[in-house]
Ligand binder design. Structure first.
Ligand SMILES: [Zn+2]
Length: 336
């Protein structure tokens, strides 16, 4: 029976090695500065409420684009019309970068109505969206300024329009990201290794549970990096809920994607007039920023390769089980 034990132990070891993501961190100095990110958050809010089609959003779009350009990025606008409203995604790539394999996303529009506001008189008024809108963009702007150049070449930053007007005047949610993914060719889809979305990451008491529609293997990598950095009080190893957000069209296209979002439940001021910068903190933006920065330094410049995604692990387990069973039967018969 000793041979059986040895084989079993070897197979278990194999399975453990396959299932454990590599989390070795590179020795890059981290550049992310939460105070800078907080400035970007406040500057977006200074334009006022920013619903799709508004002058405020157009001004904010110009501000985001010129900020990215000041860090050396090429910026283009992907324009489209939805229900007769002119919308525009903002796309930033590093000059001369070819087919960047990592997409960083956030939405830059804000909800046209404070429909969760407890004060009935406020529910038709548009929100400032400090946390719901500006916080994700702020993290991406600060990443754009500090990522090492070899990482920037592997990254495309996309700021989505028209995420947050769902159920108002016949609008859907996630309109900008849906348009973006619909425009991708099959070849381009196959070149993208991962999509990371940051949304509502600014709350001063940030709690990030695991969004359950996200790609688990990719989420494991990010959460284990956060754990190694001592941020397991923010990146909670707890299952949250499944959220309809800008990562969904990417998942539907077969692209591994993770939504980093405070969602279980939403902060008390969500979709109210109270979603203002005083609810957010530089520390929370710092935590999220440095975790994403470390992930990109480790993976986006090919220092480490991503583990196989959840599907291939499943098929591998289908292979391992029969091998174990056949091995055991063979040894049992041999002993008799
Ligand atoms: Zn929202």
């Amino acid at each position: 029976m000793n041979q059986v034990r040895v084989i079993l132990v070897l197979l278990l070891l194999m399975a453990a090695i396959i299932a454990t993501p590599q989390t070795t961190q590179s020795n890059h100095m981290l550049a992310f500065d939460g105070e800078n990110a907080m400035d970007y958050l406040v500057q977006q809010c200074d334009f006022g409420p920013r619903p799709p089609g508004s002058d405020n959003l157009t001004q904010c779009k110009t501000y985001i684009a010129s900020t990215l350009e000041s860090f050396g990025w090429n910026v283009t606008f992907q324009e489209f019309t939805y229900l007769e409203v002119e919308c525009s995604n903002i796309i930033a790539t590093w000059p001369d970068a070819e087919q960047p394999s990592y997409i960083l996303g956030a939405h830059y529009d804000t909800r046209p109505r404070a429909d969760q506001d407890p004060e009935p008189a406020n529910t038709m008024t548009p929100i400032i969206g400090a946390n719901d809108g500006a916080s994700g963009v702020a993290v991406l702007l600060e990443l754009a300024s500090g990522l090492p150049v070899d990482v920037r070449e592997s990254v495309e930053i996309v700021l989505f329009d028209a995420e947050d007007s769902g159920l108002i005047n016949g609008w859907n949610w996630i309109v900008g990201s849906t348009h973006y993914v619909n425009q991708l060719s099959p070849t381009r889809v196959s070149e993208i290794d991962a999509m990371i979305l940051v949304d509502m990451v600014g709350d001063s008491e940030l709690r990030l549970e695991r969004e359950t529609s996200s790609t688990r293997s990719l989420q494991d990598l990010i959460w284990s990096i956060a754990d190694e950095m001592g941020h397991n009080d923010t990146f909670l190893d707890v299952s949250g809920r499944s959220i309809l957000d800008d990562h969904r069209p990417f998942l539907d296209a077969g692209i591994p994607s993770v939504d980093i979002i405070q969602h279980n439940g939403f902060p008390w001021y969500w979709h109210t007039l109270e979603d203002t910068p005083d609810k957010c903190s530089a520390e929370s933006l710092q935590t999220v920023g440095e975790v994403v920065e470390t992930f990109l330094i480790d993976y986006a410049n090919d220092n480490l390769t991503l583990p196989p995604n959840d599907d291939s692990l499943f098929y591998l387990s289908l292979l391992v089980v029969p091998v174990v069973v056949i091995g055991l039967v063979y040894l049992y018969l041999k002993r008799r």
